[in-house]
Design a protein around this ligand. Structure first.
Ligand SMILES: CC(C)(COP(=O)(O)OP(=O)(O)OC[C@H]1O[C@@H](n2cnc3c(N)ncnc32)[C@H](O)[C@@H]1OP(=O)(O)O)[C@@H](O)C(=O)NCCC(=O)NCCS
Length: 141
């Protein structure tokens, strides 16, 4: 008999998976390093998103990607986050691949993303985005 602990089950990935505002607010605060907020994510994604991807491990929300939508051919990857202990295992890459698959299947033509420079390898190499010119204006300090 082995004394090895039971291996953790593989993370389960789901398009438009169920989540609660409390668990996503906690994951977002941990992932992006800000104080715990009480945003109504459920209302936001149901109203404004093409969809979203949830990853759960052992029942816990461990990853999330939001795919916002203009109502037409453009969709936007936002809020990509994976719980710290589960990073560098390909979870975010798999979530973005699912977002690409779903957006394509629903007839969208363009999937956009913007990100900080240290994530170039992730979005360009691991996820297949190609560089483009883009711009942004901060509307509120
Ligand atoms: C960015 C983030 C979502 C990546 O999640 P992840 O599950 O660890 O990513 P993956 O394991 O799928 O990474 C695939 C590849 O992308 C690259 N990559 C991933 N994270 C990286 C990082 N922080 N810096 C540089 N390259 C990175 C690597 O090449 C990696 O392959 P490797 O592990 O074999 O080297 C995660 O680090 C995170 O939640 N960060 C905090 C929130 C954040 O900044 N989100 C981005 C919003 S735009």
């Amino acid at each position: 008999m082995s004394d090895d602990p039971e291996p953790s089950p593989a993370p389960a990935l789901e398009w438009r998976g169920a989540f609660t505002n409390d668990e996503l607010n906690a994951l977002h605060a941990e992932g992006f390093g800000h104080r715990l907020l009480h945003d109504d994510w459920l209302a936001q994604v149901q109203r404004h998103s093409l969809g979203w991807v949830c990853v759960r491990q052992s029942g816990r929300l461990a990853g999330f990607v939001n795919v916002a939508w203009d109502g037409g051919v453009h969709a936007f990857v936002l809020d990509t986050v994976v719980a710290e202990p589960l990073r560098r295992q390909g979870i975010a890459r798999a979530m973005v691949a699912e977002a690409v698959r779903q957006a394509k299947a629903q007839g969208r033509e363009w999937l956009h993303v913007d990100f900080d420079p240290h994530l170039r390898d992730f979005y360009f190499d691991a996820c297949g985005f190609r560089p483009t010119d883009a711009g942004v204006i901060q509307l509120r300090g």
